[in-house]
Design a protein around this ligand. Structure first.
Ligand code: C2E
Ligand code: MG
Ligand code: MG
Ligand code: MG
Length: 284
């Protein structure tokens, strides 16, 4: 049994696992370099629509990476690698600083949209996290109330005990907290209820085909109800068409986010997009 496992391991190692390993190391090295260069990494922003009043009160910030050779690396790929390599705290530092500086610039143009920032378990558990984010906010005359921190359901369940303490500290400091990618993790209701969460983001795998799937509709309807029963705002991510938006509106979902309403866009694009949106809105 032992010998067989060894053979299998050696065979799969030879058939490309070492190449994959090297590829991962290469990406990590390139990412470290990118963090010190300023022009490879940048942030984009995706507006969330308040379905109840048609307002755009919030955007989600999302990181982008274009390498010097012109190739894009998806955050789905490099954020996970950065977590494994212990590089995520440094990336989040860069994101926090960039986003808050951006918000200050928006404020000077009378744009006071709240911004959400995606963070990992390692960020929450890092002893300096709260201090450093508050330091950036103060330097830019902004309040924690203007920031929502998005944490995936999976990350919430990592290091539960200590994680919960940190979440309470963040909540006490004035930050809003969101559970991201809800529905694909393992969290139980009992655990969720004890955390100081404000927002539930339903994972896009339940939303992308909502207009065609009765099963997804059952799941989403009950998740919205669950969220509301816990006193949370519910956001649906991955809304790609009007039919899905209409269904979510009927179900009482509070916010939507998706390519149909607006793709993630640069700060400059967001400024003109928002102006255009406000100008063309019918009064409510
Ligand atoms: P997420 O936080 O769940 O972000 C939502 C993802 O869904 C984004 O992918 C967004 O572009 C995408 N999306 C939005 N609307 C639609 C839609 O209608 N259809 C489809 N198919 N997709 C839609 P993105 O930007 O590629 O980011 C992927 C994930 O990478 C994020 O998922 C988040 O987990 C992570 N990530 C992105 N930016 C950051 C960051 O600054 N920090 C950290 N720690 N993680 C980040
Ligand atoms: Mg998110
Ligand atoms: Mg999500
Ligand atoms: Mg996601």
């Amino acid at each position: 049994e032992e010998g067989r496992r060894e053979k299998v391991a050696i065979r799969s190692y030879k058939s490309g696992e070492d190449e994959e390993h090297l590829e991962r190391l290469k990406i990590i090295d390139q990412l470290k370099a990118a963090l010190n260069q300023e022009d490879q990494l940048f942030m984009v922003y995706q507006p969330k629509l308040n379905l109840k009043n048609g307002n755009v009160e919030k955007v989600e910030s999302l990181i982008r990476w274009q390498k010097p050779d012109g190739k894009w690396v998806s955050p789905e790929v490099f954020i996970g690698l950065a977590e494994q390599a212990g590089l995520i705290v440094e990336i989040t530092q860069w994101v926090v600083k960039t986003v808050i500086t951006q918000m200050r610039a928006w404020q000077k143009q009378k744009i006071s949209t709240k911004v959400s920032i995606n963070i990992s378990a390692q960020d929450i558990l890092h002893p300096d996290f709260i201090y450093s984010i508050i330091k950036h906010l103060e330097a830019n005359k902004l309040d924690p109330q203007s920031i929502t921190l998005e944490i995936t359901e999976r990350d919430l369940m990592e290091n539960e005990q200590e994680g919960a303490q940190r979440l309470h500290a963040l909540k006490d400091a004035g930050f809003d907290l969101a559970v991201d990618d809800y529905g694909i993790g393992q969290s139980s209701l009992g655990k969720l209820k004890k955390l100081p969460i404000d927002e539930l983001k339903i994972d896009k795998s339940f939303i992308l085909k909502l207009d065609q799937s009765e099963a997804d509709q059952v799941i989403v309807q009950s998740t919205i109800q669950l969220g509301h029963n816990l006193g949370l705002h519910v956001v649906a991510e991955g809304v790609e068409n009007q039919a899905t938006q209409d269904i979510l509106h009927r179900m009482g979902c509070d916010y939507i986010q998706g390519f149909y309403f607006c793709r993630p866009i640069t700060s400059d694009e967001f400024i003109s997009w928002l102006k255009n949106y406000e100008d063309n809105r019918k009064p409510n």
